[in-house]
Design a protein around this ligand. Sequence first.
Ligand code: FAD
Length: 493
Amino acid sequence: MPAPDALVLGRREEIVAALRAIVPGEGVIAQAAALRPYESDGLTAYRQPPMVVVLPETVAQVSAILSWCHAQGVKVVPRGAGTSLSGGALPLADAVLMGMGKFNRVVEVDYNNRLAIVQPGVTNLAITRAVEERGFYYAPDPSSQIACTIGGNVAENSGGVHCLKYGLTTNNVLGIEMVTMAGEVLRLGGRHLDPAGLDLLGVMVGSEGLLGIVTEVTVRILPRSETARAMLVGFPSVESAGQCVADIIAEGIIPAGMEMMDRPAIHAAEAFVKVGYPLDVEALLIVELDGPAAECDHLIEEIARISGLNGAMTSRISTSEEERAAFWAGRKAAFPAVGRLSPDYYCMDGTIPRRRLPEVLRRMAELSEQHGLGVANVFHAGDGNLHPLILYDANKPGELERAEEFGNDILRLCVEVGGVLTGEHGVGVEKRDLMPEMFSQTDLDHQQRIKCAFDPELLLNPGKVFPTLHRCAELGRMHVHRGEVPFPELPRF
Ligand SMILES: Cc1cc2nc3c(=O)[nH]c(=O)nc-3n(C[C@H](O)[C@H](O)[C@H](O)COP(=O)(O)OP(=O)(O)OC[C@H]3O[C@@H](n4cnc5c(N)ncnc54)[C@H](O)[C@@H]3O)c2cc1C
């Protein structure tokens, strides 16, 4: 991470006082013990208490804080619920951590236009809760949906089980209001489809808190399907299950969700929630079909046929809502269940072309032997989005480092077979140094020029995503604020 700026640390009292002047009352947290809960996010291997936490309640406060920090050269790290698995919300010792938890209102639901306008601190699941009475829901459903916020979802372009059919966050966000590091408030997109001009909304979704603070989000809401049924299909090997996934998609069938669990994950989940998963199989697919009843029946027959061709050993089809929920209960509890297999696990996130699933799963098993660490697989198979859970014990010296190296090898494998470093968890600090495995220096320079266009002083969430933080001046762009040239030691051009 960037070395803390001693001058900024020396001005801590002044910075706290300035924040208190903008957000009175309990909105500024500066006491060491009270900063502890913010010292990490979902990537708990990394910890760093922030310099100070500020919890604004209004857009005017967000704008005033950012504009003050911008003028004073103070860094800011945005935070939603802190569930990021890539360290996106990891604090910096010399930065203000801006928690968006008080932006927790559903502002408006517009059923006629099938959209909801919400503040960024509203949890993902709360959007569905707000509209379900009228038969609607918000489709992207990260497993963390009970806790993670829509602001965090926008920043990470989060996905979930149902994104195979209904798209990721980026496909379900119509507009945002955001505040730039300089304190300017702007709107991108809105109630309408297809915003005019450059697709800056597309740039913002997935920008990992590097370009601006999101203060309002307009999302699509969808009517619930008439029918939803789930299938549990067991296979003799992960390769045959992987091949079945590739074949289903190749036949043109897009299930509402298609998830895969391997033997360690099946056994862990069954021991944890006891939903009747078959224990004599090496891999399990959970496939959900939704839509009109006749369509579901037809697709179930088709999937049963394709599964049979791939050597499926067992197959069950849900006959009630309770049974469908039970099929999913094991999958949803799989992460905590795997947590009972070893003291620690490290959740990776990479995406590959679906055709390569059998090969990648086989090579992952080889890597597991090579690194001497177990791995359990629970993942969004239909999207080719892998979530290997690497099992390790942080108390054993060197195991965390081995787990990280194993994880890096998995991500390199994803890139080698034509995939990407991340599916939905973002780059953050976790995959930052692997970016050159996937992007050339020219690619990275162009990406960073976008960062420079929004935040030329690199004050917003620095140290994340980019492996080397070039000063914007080095990329041929320099912002001069009130006549003070940043980085005066660099040559001008
Ligand atoms: C058990 C578990 C299961 C998970 N399952 C999934 C899953 O199925 N799919 C998935 O995609 N992810 C999953 N995640 C990861 C995580 O929940 C998501 O990345 C989520 O979107 C993060 O939301 P958050 O509110 O916790 O954001 P945070 O962790 O607080 O922040 C995440 C990033 O967003 C930025 N940010 C937050 N709020 C704002 C804002 N208002 N404006 C600008 N930037 C902001 C932060 O700076 C940071 O870079 C899981 C995490 C856990 C712990």
